[in-house]
Design a protein around this ligand. Structure first.
Ligand SMILES: Nc1ncnc2c1ncn2[C@@H]1O[C@H](COP(=O)(O)OP(=O)(O)O)[C@@H](O)[C@H]1O
Ligand SMILES: [Mg+2]
Length: 312
């Protein structure tokens, strides 16, 4: 199957600064692909090369099998690009802005009005379409921005940190809308430094740091890199010291610590499946009154690989 979007060996340097080095990945039709990395990792530089705004020092980009460098017009027609910043017209309404962009992209006047209504529905702004842009929240503007990128029915939508500076309600609308699009068969390239969003939206993730992809795979594969151990917190009632001694000997428990007068923390292989064994281990000494299993996430993977946190 031809990838909707594929790149290989992408490199961009600015003087001594290597912004992107040897970046490559492939996005299948209908796949939501995440590019996750902290600020300055090289996400925007990568995207700029994918959409033909920045010429790579090295590497290739194929859009639906078409080489971007060889046939940019054909390749770009398959891409919808949502930049971090966009110039919308504040004195025009949402619908008028979409019409403007539709004409700018060379879409035929015929069919455009209908397509604009479909897009307004997709981005959840049908009822606000006649409001002027300067009355919109940042999140609503961002949704118009996404709508403009969808007008020409691209095969892949590329979004550069679409929820930065966006109110929670719009953030939810954006993420819900993207899930609908993917459900309809659209491919996504979603870049963000928000681990939770990438975990929610994306089937497959590349983690980028200092211009390089340091890990790639499904969420499950990436998290497995940390190891399969879970952290478990138990709150106990009874003879906690005796219960603690018993818990340490349960098979699968890697580490144990007293974290309070009534609480114990365990690191355990396949922790959540171990809960019944832990509860019966303390029988006779104490009862377990509360449990919490903390599973590793992509944040933990990033920390494991780089020794630093993803968050600002
Ligand atoms: N036009 C430029 N000139 C010089 N350095 C740049 C330029 N654009 C980006 N960089 C540098 O390249 C690196 C990657 O930046 P960028 O792609 O914007 O990262 P991200 O989008 O992940 O935050 C950063 O170190 C940034 O300072
Ligand atoms: Mg950026």
């Amino acid at each position: 199957m031809t990838a909707t979007l594929a790149c290989e060996g992408l490199r961009k340097r600015y003087g001594d600064v290597t912004a992107v080095e040897d970046v490559g990945f492939s996005i299948a039709p209908g796949q939501a692909y995440g590019l996750l990395g902290p600020n300055g990792a090289g996400k925007t530089t990568t995207i700029s090369m994918l959409v033909g705004l920045l010429r790579p020092d090295a590497g290739t980009v194929l859009v639906g099998g078409t080489d971007l460098a060889a046939d940019p017009r054909r390749a770009k027609a398959r891409i919808g690009y949502v930049p971090q910043e966009i110039a919308l017209y504040p004195e025009l309404t949402g619908r008028e802005n979409l019409r403007f962009f539709g004409r700018l992209f060379g879409l035929a006047r015929r069919g455009l009005a209908g397509r604009i209504e479909e897009v307004l529905d997709l981005i959840g702004l049908s009822d606000r379409a006649d409001g002027r842009l300067d009355t919109y929240s940042g999140g609503m503007r961002r949704r118009i921005n996404i709508g403009a990128a969808l007008l020409h029915r691209p095969d892949v939508l590329i979004l550069d940190e679409p929820t930065v500076g966006v109110d929670p309600q719009s953030r939810k609308a954006i993420l819900d809308g993207l899930e609908l699009l993917v459900g309809d068969g659209m491919s996504l390239l979603y870049t963000s430094h928000y681990m939770e969003e990438v975990e929610r939206v994306c089937d497959r993730v590349a983690i980028i740091d200092h211009g390089r992809i340091i890990a790639e795979g499904t969420r499950r594969e990436l998290i497995a890199m940390v190891g399969s151990a879970d952290k478990i917190e138990l709150v106990l009632d009874g003879d906690v010291e005796a219960a603690y001694a018993k818990l340490r000997t349960v098979e699968g428990v890697i580490e144990a610590a007293r974290t309070g007068a009534e609480s114990v923390r365990l690191i355990a292989e396949g922790g959540r499946y171990l809960l019944p064994a832990l509860i019966s281990a303390v029988e006779g000494s104490a009862t377990v009154t509360a449990t919490q299993v903390i599973e590793p996430d992509l944040e933990a993977t990033f920390l494991h690989l780089t020794g630093t946190s993803l968050r600002d």
